[in-house]
Design a protein around this ligand. Sequence first.
Ligand SMILES: CC(=O)N[C@H]1[C@@H](OP(=O)(O)OP(=O)(O)OC[C@H]2O[C@@H](n3ccc(=O)[nH]c3=O)[C@H](O)[C@@H]2O)O[C@H](CO)[C@@H](O)[C@@H]1O
Ligand SMILES: C=C(OP(=O)(O)O)C(=O)O
Length: 422
Amino acid sequence: MYKYLHIYNSPNLSGSVEISGAKNAALPLIASTILSKNEVKLLNVPEVADVKTLLKLFKYLGADYNFENNKLKINASTIKNTTAVYEIVKTMRASILVLGPLLARFNEAKVSLPGGCAIGARPVDLHLKALELMGADISIESGYIHARGRLKGATIIFDKVTVTGSENIIMAAALAKGKSRLINVAKEPEVIELCEILKKAGIDIEGIGSDELTITGSEGELLNFPEIHIIPDRIEAGTYLTAGAITNSNIKIKNIIPEHIESVIVKLSQMGFPIEIRENEVEIFPAKKIYPVNIITSEYPGFPTDMQAQLMAVATQAEGVSTIEERLFENRFMHVPELNRLGANIQIQGKIATIKGPSKLIGADVMATDLRASSALVLAGLIAEGETKVHRIYHLFRGYEKLLDKFSKIGAKMELLNEPNP
Ligand SMILES: CC(=O)N[C@H]1[C@@H](OP(=O)(O)OP(=O)(O)OC[C@H]2O[C@@H](n3ccc(=O)[nH]c3=O)[C@H](O)[C@@H]2O)O[C@H](CO)[C@@H](O)[C@@H]1O
Ligand SMILES: C=C(OP(=O)(O)O)C(=O)O
């Protein structure tokens, strides 16, 4: 039975939210266990749909695991199958993360092409080009990427900064023969955590945290992984921070690494929200006046595309004209018509959205189209007069753990109800 999220006007939030482990760190780290000879224990793993999908894929490949209370024990040494099937890959693009490690370990891998999705074309050409430079023979057959060959170290210059592309090639280089130089690598905290774990597992990696890495591969020898503690989810943290902002409330966001959301804090501060930064938490206070803002999305440490929709929801309440330019994905404004249905005044011209505020929002039926678009609609629903029904809400559960519990703890009123016409 399909569900929708019924949100009741909740203009005053208070209290604190504990942030879960990062989905986008957990996914590559789980994929990396393909390189491990031992069972790996991962802590602070978020129980979200994407993690469960990747685990389903691991089971299909032949791995064993146990996942309870955010603790995951996974043994990928039993993997025999090297084909990631369409039926699983189609539900989650990040399944492409098994390509690099499977190929590096088995000298062969077949992964269904992830295809386009809601936010843009999202090709994987840079992943494939890099693997070819490392000696892989790659063909596309019946919708599958078929990669074969023994990987050897290479110099790779990424034409664009790609997060999962960098992660795939870092994992491949860890087991390849010889040294790889990766230039223009992504510097997202999730990429850094992957490098640090591989280093602890015995791989020589230089340049961690910079955009150039030198990795000396183990020549096919499997690694001895340490216990892994997943870093806090900076996008979940940013989302709850924007919940404080849109409702102009005082809330604390706990269990985070504030540096990871610096660009979001800077923009909310510019909008007039006082924010106190402490060691593992930030606290947002009501603004006297909400100022408009100009945002351009970019790679870390720039403003994250994964926070663009949420900031746009907040900008609907600013006194004046804000602009948001989306530079990473060509189709990541799907929340705009839905926010406008609630009463926002947003226009799009190419990559730029212009938001005229403040707008009085009034509850309506709206459609979630992707993960972060869904969160923008939830935020808008908090301040919309009356009741807002967010349909296709399953997108949200790909990346937000215990969303209803966390929102209800800070005073938001919402419930999951059955769609009347499924
Ligand atoms: C699971 C995960 O971590 N997902 C994140 C990851 O996605 P993902 O890793 O898929 O995003 P990328 O960093 O690869 O994409 C950045 C840009 O490069 C382009 N590109 C990418 C690869 C390629 O082979 N060719 C190519 O042209 C993409 O279309 C996009 O325009 O980073 C994005 C950008 O921060 C985030 O929005 C996603 O939440
Ligand atoms: C776009 C996202 O995820 P994915 O790359 O898995 O689609 C996201 O986390 O906002």
